[in-house]
Design a protein around this ligand. Structure first.
Ligand SMILES: [Zn+2]
Length: 255
């Protein structure tokens, strides 16, 4: 039986004004994404004001509504203050939130993906190397939604891959051995440096990956491989996302 009031842990991904004083919120939760209404929260006298900021983690009490559930109480958990005060960090956070939104449905329980999202926000708040945080997130998001790129065995013949591998197929979802080089005419060239970085980010804890230094060409190559793969799976052209356009105009990943 559904209780009328229930508690949920959430990360606030989007806020939209609704009517005079209300807000529509898009939440990430362990049970997938969810749209809810916060009534009166734009009035300064509201108990909710200040407890429902964009890109904060919150503990919410929700009441079941006819269409959307309604926020009745909110308590801020992690507020990620460094992230929210920095434009470069914020633009990474928007991209991370967009990928999450596209990769999940409503009422689609995925605790590992929610944990990954919170871990990524905490890392964008705490660390300098935002590109490494982002690429780790992209790889592990693919993992969490069932599209783990195959980086240890050839994606066609399953033989263990060596340093001789030179091509990555976003379409087939992994690296090709030299014998299967032509299995996908649209496969992208793969440098040894990018190959090694992808393997490390896929298998190591984030804290360990953050010790690496990515050269600019390798970072760009890894970004392109992952964005092409994500675009195919999520049917969205991330190459033209506002986030990437702003990155090209003003590289600020080192702040
Ligand atoms: Zn092969």
């Amino acid at each position: 039986m559904h209780e009328r009031i229930y508690a949920v842990e959430a990360l606030i991904l989007q806020r939209t004004a609704l009517g005079e004083a209300d807000r529509l919120l898009l939440l990430a939760t362990p049970e997938g994404k969810q749209r809810v209404v916060a009534k009166g929260c734009r009035k300064t006298t509201s108990r909710l004001a200040g407890h429902l900021e964009l890109f904060t983690q919150a503990h919410l009490l929700l009441a079941r509504g006819r269409q959307l559930d309604i926020v009745t109480q909110s308590q801020v958990g992690q507020s990620f203050p460094t992230l929210r005060a920095s434009l470069p960090r914020l633009s990474y956070a928007y991209y991370v939130a967009e990928l999450y939104t596209r990769a999940t449905s409503e009422a689609d329980e995925n605790l590992p993906l929610f944990a990954l999202l919170l871990q990524t926000f905490a890392a964008l708040d705490a660390y300098q190397n935002l590109d490494l945080v982002l690429h780790t997130y992209e790889l592990q998001l693919l993992n969490a939604i069932g599209y783990r790129p195959q980086l240890h065995q050839c994606v066609v013949c399953q033989t263990p891959l060596t340093e001789a591998a030179k091509r990555f197929s976003p379409q087939l979802g992994g690296v090709l051995c030299p014998q299967d080089d032509l299995a996908d005419p649209q496969a992208l060239p793969l440098s040894l440096a990018a190959f090694k970085v992808l393997r490390l980010l896929q298998t190591q804890p984030l804290a360990q990956s953050l010790r690496y230094h990515l050269s600019t060409p390798t970072q760009k190559e890894v970004a392109r491989l992952l964005q092409t793969t994500l675009s195919l799976i999520l049917e969205h052209d991330f190459a033209s996302s506002p986030f990437l356009t702003s990155l090209r105009q003003a590289p600020f990943s080192q702040e």
